[in-house]
Structure formats: structure tokens, C-alpha cells
Design a protein around this ligand. Sequence first.
Ligand code: F6P
Length: 364
Amino acid sequence: MKKILLATGGGDCPGLNAVIRAIVKSAKIHGGYEVYGSIEAFKGVLSEPTEIVKLSRKKVAGIHVLGGTIIKTTNKGNPLAYPVQQPDGTWKSVDITDNLTKRIQDLGFEAVVNIGGDGSQKISQALFERGLNIIGVPKTIDNDLSATDLTFGFTTAVQIATDSLDKLVTTAASHHRVMVMEVMGRDAGWIALHTSIAGGAEICLIPEIPYDINKVLKTINKRYKKGEGFVNIVIAEGAKPAEGSIVGQKSKDVGEEHIKLGGIANYLKQQIEESGCLAQVRTTILGHVQRGGTPVAFDRILATAMGVKAFEMIANGEYGKMVTYRNNGISNVSLAEAVSAYNFLSKEHYLVRTARAIGISFGD
Ligand code: F6P
């Protein structure tokens, strides 16, 4: 029996369990393979004793409908910059990818499937370069990986955000208020843009288009003058004013590399109020509800197709690649290509143009 190791890394996202189930089921039907999961990304492999679970057909039965990941995840402990405590109590980042590769090989794993976002796939590439038979499966609700048209979890996040905006629109209208809803989107505004179009926001603020507060105010005032009297704004957590910076805090957790974003909605509220705008402003920061719960049908299907493809690649010995969804089909690209560019929204993107054509302002 050949052994496959699965790891889920970075922030979780609806659809991870559907990928795990698809790999286990395909492997079982193909025969000759056993599938294992490393708990909390590669922490399970590095722990002493190891935390690795066997993933049987029974263990994964029905999990495609569940959010989260049954093998847990973490955004701490990147093996390229692993935090190691020094004798004086301070922490030093050390590249432990050589050790990790050896450890996985010594444990007898033939192949590894690393399910994760941009950061995780950079780790996959490094491990591949050190000789590990590894395949990447893309995951992020932010949809910010350039090699794939879509990532599972994104559509679920957009649905959750749209359902929330639908609720805010009715209360905005009743109270003649400006509602500011902050959604996830660290570097890319895909969730904000899709939600704005689906939910009918008047203003959409995204990281790729720094906003001019005067333009935002102009749109708000125009709405009130027309007597329509309410405004819905969707703002990505990574959006920033043209004259200013993102709102976030450095994480205090050891090994946690990202700045914790969140709060730009409150900053925008302050800007609107300080301008003398008489409308009442309320903010909603959706946060992690966008990443939780049941994946929508599309994400279950996409995740299943990606899991099946990952197993097919293992059976064919195609390593050093990431599964992709492009032009309504599943294929793959080299990990090197997958991590070479980011999936930013451009001002020319058809959905940015669609939004502008129906009067949505980007504050530019
Ligand atoms: O990358 C996905 C994401 O959901 C971002 O949109 C967000 O900034 C981040 O993860 C939040 O991470 P955490 O769960 O560590 O707070």
C-alpha cells in the first residue's frame, strides 16, 4: 500500500472537507493507496509523537456538507520561517523545510497533498524543490490565486455576504441610514465586488482602488438629495483611503505572520461623520461568518473535482503542480507558476465595468 498524506493550511474555508472526502474516495476506488491527514497542517508531522490520522471511507462519509476541516488547520508555524525559541526566551525564524521533507519521507509517505492558499503553496513549492512528491490544491475565500479562475469557499462567502447585505438594505431603507458592511478580502476585492453587484450596494470599496473620501461623500449626498435617503456600502477589509493606510494590527501570536485586518468600516464611518454628513451611519463587520458553515453546492462540486484531480495526479506521478479550475475545466499548473502572481482585480475587469455601468461607485 502506498501512503498519501493530506494537510490543510492557512485560514479554513468551506469545501476543505469535500476535497478530503474526494481524495479518500478516489484512492479507495482506485486501490493500492491509504490516505492520512496531518493535524493542523504540517504540525502533525512535526509533533512528537506525530499527530497523523488515518482517513478511512467511514471517517469521511458525508463530510462534504461540513464547513471547516476535519484535520484542522493553522496559520502559524510556516516551515519556511518556523518559530524556534532561543535559550534567552526570544523567538527566531528558522527554515525547517529540509527536516520536514525528510520526516515525511521517513514516515513512508509516497505523496503529499497540501490544500491551502498562496502562503501554503509557497511552502509546497519549497518542499517540492527539496525532493518531496507534493501536489497543491488551492483554497481561499478571497479568490486571490491567479492560476485558478475560482477557489472553493469563495462562492459560499459571497452568498453569506449577499444574504447579510440583503438584510441590511431593508433596515437602511427604514431608517434612512448609511450602512457600511465590511467583508473579507485582504489584498483583493473579489468578495466585496461580487456582493455589491448581487446585493445592490451603492458604493463598493476594494483594496485595488484606494478610495477618495470626497468621492464617497459625493455619492452619499447625491442619494440623499434625490430623496432616496439610504446608502449601502460594501468595503473589503483591505481597502484603504487614497490618503492613508489599511486598518489592522500586528498579531501577537508567535509564528503568525499576517497583519490582523479589520476595522476599516469604522474608520470610514468616522470619516463620513466628521465630514458633517447628517445621515446616521451604522457598521457591520461580517468577519469569520464568511468562512464558516456549509459550502454552497457549487463549492462542494468544485472541491470534489479538485480532490479527484489531485488523486489522479498522484496516480500519474505528476508532482510539483497545483490543481486549477480554468475555463470551466479542471487542470493543473506548476507550483512555481501558481505562486508567481496574485489575482488582483483590475479596473478593466468585466465585473468592475458592470458595477460602474449600473451606478456603483468605487470612490475613485
Ligand atoms: O485569507 C483568508 C482570510 O479569510 C482573509 O480574508 C482574512 O484577512 C484572514 O483570512 C483572516 O485570518 P484569521 O482567521 O487568521 O483571522
